[in-house]
Ligand binder design. Structure first.
Ligand code: ADP
Length: 411
């Protein structure tokens, strides 16, 4: 071809070189590459349009046989060595078949999605899917289709496949290990759960026993006072209900169920808690003062759980005052609003908090009482944290302890 147009010659050379580079790249890539001819698919799609079918996505979803047919007419025209190693039995010619051979039914939607991506002019489409080797083995693959405009115009398509079955297997194993860990954690939580229930139910159970014996005393009088018995029986029902509610809340906490929160008035929670504490305060001769701020915004939380917090802190306060002379035993419950947070403080006239104990107060099972469980404060903290709240402890100037907690005000 001597004497030809030199510019044409160099253009052809450039084309050949680029073709050569492309072929080399195609072969040398670590991933499996395929060149596909999907010209007949174009004809099938035009046929659909002629029938007035415009929503290809819906049509493909309703007609899996049509999708299989599109795969069947899509021919593999070239593959690289990686593909032979991954999919074949060592013979490249064997692989040059209709595409449906490599496509398990469960991956139909991936083929459909790549046709839709090509039709809508997207440059590429990638997803994880299952593909089939010539020996029938189905494996996890990362599939990428590349729709270069010039190639698509010629009915050609390049796809890349990476074998990710190892990774998928590793992930499955990881999930299993995580599930086992979660189970272990749950089993070890059972200990804490049992302790929490035992701790929380103790107070209503003691109240039930006290009210029931008081009721019996009224009944055993020469002239039984039925009105008193009625009041005491109602209290017993309320305490039994509270014990059941507490158990269901503790169980929900252990099961990591999302807590049910509703806008509630903190003042009403404090007032209800004092009803449950009535007997405790009376029998220990503790004087109660309430300083409830007016017009407080509501907080978003579970009413029973907040009652648990207030009751726990108040019972601790009453217990702390056991050495305080009866005249000086005072429990103050105060509410307020500061910086968009609702505050509650529980102040007693006990000995205050020992500085050495301060850092460990909220740890599970930390107790300084001979019959204590060390669960009250950790339960309070965990309940409050669920609702974006916080709790802290300090000593008052008078020497007693102040436990205060805050919760975000609901808007
Ligand atoms: P428990 O009451 O079973 O000991 P808690 O978690 O409720 O468990 O309390 C842990 C510890 O915190 C108590 O043992 C006590 O040492 C200290 N504490 C709690 N409340 C007070 C208080 N009002 N005054 C002084 N110390 C307190």
């Amino acid at each position: 071809m001597s004497g030809g147009d030199p510019s044409k010659q160099s253009a052809e050379e450039a084309l050949r070189e680029s073709e050569y580079r492309y072929r080399n790249l195609f072969q040398a890539m670590a991933a499996s590459f395929w060149e596909l001819d999907f010209t007949p698919v174009g004809g099938m799609l035009r046929g659909l349009r002629k029938q007035g079918i415009a929503d290809f996505a819906a049509y493909f979803a309703d007609n899996p046989a049509f999708v299989r047919q599109m795969m069947h007419v899509t021919r593999v025209i070239d593959v690289n060595d990686q593909t032979v190693a991954l999919f074949g039995n060592g013979d490249k010619a064997e692989l040059l078949q209709p595409l449906d051979v490599y496509w398990p039914e469960e991956s139909n939607h991936v083929y459909a999605a790549s046709v839709l991506a090509a039709v809508s002019g997207r440059p590429s489409y990638a997803t994880e899917t299952k593909l089939r080797k010539l020996n029938g083995e189905v494996f996890d693959a990362l599939f990428t289709a590349c729709f270069a405009p010039e190639a698509v115009a010629n009915g050609k398509l390049l796809i890349g496949v990476i074998d990710i079955s190892e990774r998928v297997r590793a992930q499955a194993m990881l999930r299993q290990v995580q599930a086992e860990f979660a189970h272990e954690a749950r089993v070890s939580m059972l200990g804490e759960l049992t302790a929490s229930i035992a701790h929380e139910v103790n107070q209503p159970l003691a109240a039930i026993a006290t009210n029931a014996s008081a009721g019996l005393r009224w009944l055993n009088r020469p002239e039984p006072n039925l009105d008193e018995v009625r009041v005491l029986t109602q209290r017993i029902i309320a305490d039994a209900q509270r014990a059941a509610d507490i158990i269901s809340r503790v169980r929900a906490m252990a099961g990591h169920k999302a807590p049910e929160s509703a806008p509630i008035s903190i003042n009403s929670v404090v007032e209800e808690a004092t009803l449950f504490l009535a007997h405790e305060l009376e029998s220990h001769s503790v004087a109660l003062t309430l300083q409830l701020a007016k017009d407080l915004p509501p907080v978003l939380a579970d009413r029973i759980q907040l009652q648990q917090v207030v009751v726990n802190l108040a019972v601790n306060a009453v217990q702390a005052m056991s050495q305080t002379p009866t005249k000086r035993r005072r429990l103050a419950l105060c509410t307020g609003l500061h910086d968009g947070r609702v505050h509650v403080a529980i102040e007693d006239t006990g000995p205050g908090i020992d500085a050495a104990h301060q850092p460990r107060l909220f740890e599970s099972f930390f107790t300084t009482k001979s019959n204590g469980m060390g669960m009250g404060l950790p339960i309070c903290r965990s309940i409050l944290e669920t609702y974006g709240g916080a709790i802290s402890a300090r000593n008052a100037e008078s020497g007693g302890a102040v436990f205060s907690f805050t919760l975000p005000a609901a808007h």
